[in-house]
Design a protein around this ligand. Structure first.
Ligand code: NAD
Length: 375
């Protein structure tokens, strides 16, 4: 019997959720992980510092749209599982410039599926039946909800933003590769994540970064858009469960049952920051004689995002039933843990702030980096 470790090829593993997933997968010790990432503005190699010298981890810089590169990676590493995180992931950017979203999220997913299909066709029977292509997708493919109800696996795709449309397209390609070619795919559609290593153009890290710097905390529209929040480690556990127990060809929704309006979320974050880093001892909030009792005073409402989906919520009962998965973190606990992590990792914050100035400073989105959308 071979003592070869089961090998995961993880795309987008230097991004927010991908890096959380890679760190946990490598720490298990019974897996080999190959991370493939293009290192766009959203990818940050320092997220992977703890595993860069581990023997069961390898990093490859590259683009999932590069067919020849994918062929070389599959040939060299012969993955048992592909975990596909790589994507352009920010709705506001997809409104400013959808092309990169079409390229990475649709064409890139197609190239990865096609490389997986060729690889899968060359496996022996046991290898072929154990192989999994885990596609990491979003609840945004389902569009917007009214006051009540929740998305489930039976909800029709009805994407509203260019981001959601490209993710919906990738979901359909994944489905077709299972149906047509028998590729053992599993798709997870997850709600909004929060936790360590998130790039500060998304609402939670943006609020933390801005608050600590004494800048306005922007909230879109009336702040009443609702998202269902899940702590990122719980999402990573859900993906592991879907790899191990998900049925090929199936989709599974993952969510935290933590519906919050954006305004509730930002005020809860301000309260957590008030406790952990009181404004009265923050020099950025006391300079020039400024007197601020709570970070809540920095909240500012800005013009709404075009086509902003009103409400998302997830019914994750199928994942609970079939995958034996459920979130381990309550919302407040996850939020406190998140705030602590950003406060304790000031070097990471500084490096990201510098990269943000250098790399985003050139694009139109940079001037929009005060946006207040949750996803
Ligand atoms: P992210 O933007 O933080 O990370 C994306 C990563 O993909 C980056 O490291 C980037 O460098 C890499 N990448 C981008 N284009 C690439 C390409 N062409 N080739 C190789 N690598 C490329 O995103 P995230 O928030 O971690 O999201 C990861 C996945 O999870 C995405 O597919 C997203 O749609 C999905 N998702 C995210 C959330 C959320 O709340 N963030 C919720 C549900 C699903």
């Amino acid at each position: 019997m071979s003592d070869r470790l089961r090998t995961y090829l993880v795309t987008g593993g230097a991004g927010f959720i991908g890096s959380n997933f890679v760190l946990r997968a490598v720490a298990r010790g019974d897996l080999r992980v190959v991370t493939l990432d293009k290192l766009t503005f959203a990818g940050n190699l320092s997220n992977l510092t703890p595993v860069m010298t581990e023997r069961n981890h390898e990093f490859a810089e590259g683009d999932i749209c590069d067919r020849a590169l994918l062929a070389r990676i599959f040939e060299a590493h012969r993955p048992d599982v592909v975990v596909h995180f790589a994507a352009e992931s920010h709705v506001d950017r997809s409104i400013d410039g959808p092309r990169d979203f079409v390229n990475t999220n649709i064409v890139g997913t197609f190239e990865l599926l096609d490389a997986s299909r060729r690889h899968h066709a060359g496996l022996d029977e046991a290898g072929a039946s154990a192989f999994r292509f885990l596609h990491v997708s979003t609840d945004e493919v389902y569009g917007s909800l009214g006051e009540s109800g929740a998305f489930s696996e039976a909800s029709p795709h009805a994407p509203n933003s260019p981001y959601a449309a490209t993710k919906a397209s990738s979901d359909h390609l994944v489905r077709a590769y299972h149906h047509t070619y028998g590729l053992p795919t599993v798709t997870t559609n997850c709600s909004n994540n929060f936790g360590p290593f998130q790039f500060p153009e998304k609402l939670i890290p943006l609020v933390i970064f801005n608050a600590l710097e004494g800048k306005p905390l922007p909230i879109y529209g009336d702040g009443m858009n609702v998202r269902d929040w899940l702590y990122v480690e719980d999402h990573c556990d859900g993906i592991h469960a879907a790899i191990e127990r998900g049925r090929p060809g199936e989709t599974y929704t993952l969510g935290g049952s933590n519906e919050r309006t954006n305004l509730d979320l930002v005020t809860s974050l301000c309260d957590a920051l008030d406790r952990a880093a009181p404004p009265r001892v923050n020099p950025r909030l006391t300079d020039n004689g400024r007197r601020i009792a709570s970070y809540r005073e920095l909240i500012t409402f800005v013009a709404d995002r075009p086509g902003h989906d009103r409400r998302y919520a997830i019914d994750a009962s199928k994942s609970r039933r079939e995958l034996g998965w459920q979130p381990q973190h309550g919302f407040v606990e996850g939020l406190e843990k998140t705030v602590r992590w950003y406060l304790e990792h000031s070097a990471w914050r500084d490096s990201i702030a510098a990269a943000r100035r250098d790399r985003l400073g050139l694009s139109k989105s940079a001037s929009n980096s005060t946006t207040g959308g949750a996803s």
